[in-house]
Design a protein. Structure first.
Lengths: 318, 283
């Protein structure tokens, strides 16, 4: 993986590099071994300290970290026999959303998720994880299929937002999102949603109506990106830090408002430091939630899903 | 409408005692730049008699326009937004709520209730764009969901007249969830076989378009209304390209298959009534 890091991670990354160099240099001498052990201990403490006190803006940066696991990173680690299914059967195949069938603990599931790219070429290919209407329509087609064959749906949410483009508007971006919201409310099969990185507004929600909604510890979820919010409220897109604070977009913030069911712990130092450990924790959470949902009759599942979103609001009545 | 152009200038046609109309009682049309008598513009449902430009109207005016006289009963008028996130930019959300309420129109961005359209009972929601840009937070989402649930109870059609900049930023994630909540209620309405007519007026964008407003059995728009998901400015900044002529206007959406029909304001009630009488035939 490319050596990319966030500003506040810099001292940690430097220390990690130093340890790495020392270990390459030699592990024969006793002195070096003690030195490495000492530094490792220090690094561990540093990881804990930095990540225990992230600001909301820093959390948003971790959520967008280039080395953060993306949907296909989870698919290869959590599921087997993945068969990717392409296209909306109407216009095209959107590479910003992937989907397909896979086995999870001996049973088929339908996987749908936003997909970002890591290098420049793949970023462009994935349109930076910003779907067009055909992406949402592919997702809908696959979810309808899942319902028909009584297969649970697991979605991975990680997008800056739905793509704002001419073609997207022409082909009905709003309609595509709206339809998914309506249809996901009534599928008679379990739906588990995991916000893994960026939960960017309607573009995220369009695959995020579920019986259980989980958020990874350093993922974010909001009605608008901090930059977008800043551009509107302060006419200054660089005031993202202030906007992130105002939007209360961290997993803890969202859990406090009862919009999600569970926060999934990340490895110390963030999911981008250890994809395998993150996948392992997430697999356990998925497994547990799926088992619970399977005990519910389809009608009960749908009614509880309705009531779950029905309750989401804060207001006073005079 | 060509014959309108041959009409005499408003000044000349004004009668004796009204000749000396003071300034301010004139309106320069933003559509055709013609000078119009404000009173006449209002009498013409705030539609320019020369160029058919549809001016924005208030929620109350819309209710008067569409519902049978005296049939409207308002519900949930006392529902008020709260600043539960202590959201602050140049002003706090609470200050913005207070200022909007003080304008005296309504307590939030949508007015809801029941009424009759040429005798057909309907549940209705009408956006008030002047209240924080018609933005949708908890109150708007809750009131619209109740409109739909009331329709399910009373077995009536639902009419929603949208005019909104989208989800309300100041309620962050809960505003976003109103999109899911309202759309889920519409799923129930659909299963119950009750009609939903969505009327899109200038402007309808963002989270409102990307939820209930696009989900009508019939989507009806006013001429030239701006309707879209992303705002034109955001799109221009993203793609660094000039937007095509008429982009995101009602006519453009009709051309691309996103709305069923465009209806002049004066014909709105009649068209609505005809559709409802065919879709909704109570046993
Ligand atoms: Zn005019």
């Amino acid at each position: 993986m490319a050596a990319q890091y966030l500003e506040f991670e810099k001292p940690l990354v430097e220390l990690e590099q130093k340890i790495h160099e020392l270990m390459e240099f030699s592990t024969d001498t006793m002195d070096l071994k003690t030195e490495v052990a000492k530094l490792e201990k220090k690094a561990e403490q540093m990881r804990e300290d930095i990540f225990a006190n992230l600001t909301r803006w820093q959390t948003a940066q971790v959520a967008r970290h280039i080395n953060r696991p993306f949907t296909l990173d989870y698919v290869s680690r959590i599921f087997t026999d993945f068969v990717e299914l392409h296209g909306d059967r109407q216009f095209g195949d959107d590479h910003a959303i992937v989907g397909g069938l896979a086995q999870f603990e001996g049973e088929p599931v339908m996987i749908i998720g936003h997909q970002k790219g890591r290098d420049t070429k793949e970023k462009v290919y994935r349109n930076f994880g910003m779907p067009n209407p055909e992406g949402y329509r592919k997702a809908l087609r696959l979810m309808e299929m899942a319902e028909r064959f009584q297969i649970p749906i697991i979605t991975f949410v990680d997008t800056p937002g739905a793509f704002p483009g001419i073609g997207a508007e022409e082909r009905g971006q709003a309609e595509a999102i709206a339809r998914n919201l309506r249809e996901m409310a009534r599928f008679k099969t379990p739906i588990i949603v995991v916000v893994t990185g960026e939960g960017g507004s309607g573009g995220a929600l369009a695959i995020a109506v579920g019986d259980r909604v989980l958020m990874l510890e350093y993922s974010v979820y909001a009605v608008i990106s901090p930059e977008g919010c800043a551009a509107i409220l302060w006419s200054d897109g660089t005031k993202g830090e202030q906007a992130a604070e105002a939007l209360k977009l961290t997993a803890k913030d969202i859990k406090d408002l009862d919009v999600i069911d569970e926060i999934v712990k990340e490895p110390v130092g963030g999911a981008h430091r250890d994809h395998d450990a993150m996948a392992k924790t997430l697999r356990e959470a998925l497994s547990r939630n799926l088992k619970e949902l399977k005990t519910l009759a389809p009608e009960q599942l749908v009614e509880e899903r309705y009531q779950k979103f029905r309750k989401m609001s804060r207001f006073v009545e005079m | 409408m060509a014959w309108f152009k041959r009409e005499k200038a408003p000044m000349a046609q004004a009668e004796g005692k009204r000749v000396k109309v003071p300034e301010g009682l004139w309106t320069k049309c933003v559509g055709c730049k013609e000078t119009l008598i404000t009173k006449e513009l209002e009498k013409n449902l705030n539609v320019c008699p020369k160029c058919n430009h549809h001016y924005r109207i208030s929620a109350r005016q819309r209710l008067d326009l569409l519902l049978d006289q005296g049939s409207f009963v308002e519900f949930d008028a006392g529902m008020v937004s709260v600043d539960f996130l202590a959201f602050k930019d140049s002003k706090s959300y609470q200050e913005r709520i207070n200022a909007a309420v003080a304008k005296g129109g309504s307590k939030d961005a949508v007015i809801c209730g029941e009424g009759k359209i040429e005798g057909t009972p309907v549940q209705m929601a009408v956006f008030d764009f002047s209240f924080m840009g018609g933005s949708m937070g908890s109150v708007v989402g809750e009131k619209i969901t109740r409109v739909i649930e009331r329709a399910l109870e009373k077995l009536t059609p639902v009419i929603i007249v949208s005019a909104s900049g989208g989800a309300r930023m100041q309620e962050s994630i809960l505003s976003l969830m109103q999109m899911a909540k309202t759309s889920a209620a519409l799923a129930k309405l659909r299963e119950a076989g009750l009609p939903f007519v969505s009327i899109l007026t200038d402007p309808t964008t963002g989270g409102v378009t990307a939820s209930f407003a696009m989900l009508g059995d019939v989507n009806m728009a006013e001429p030239k209304a701006l309707i879209g998901f992303a705002g034109p400015r955001v799109i221009e900044q993203t793609i660094r390209q000039k937007l095509p002529e008429g982009f995101q206007r009602a006519e453009y959406l009709l051309e691309h298959g996103m709305v069923d029909l465009i209806v002049d304001r004066k014909d709105m009630k009649g068209t609505l009534s005809r559709i409802l009488k065919m879709l909704h035939r109570p046993a």
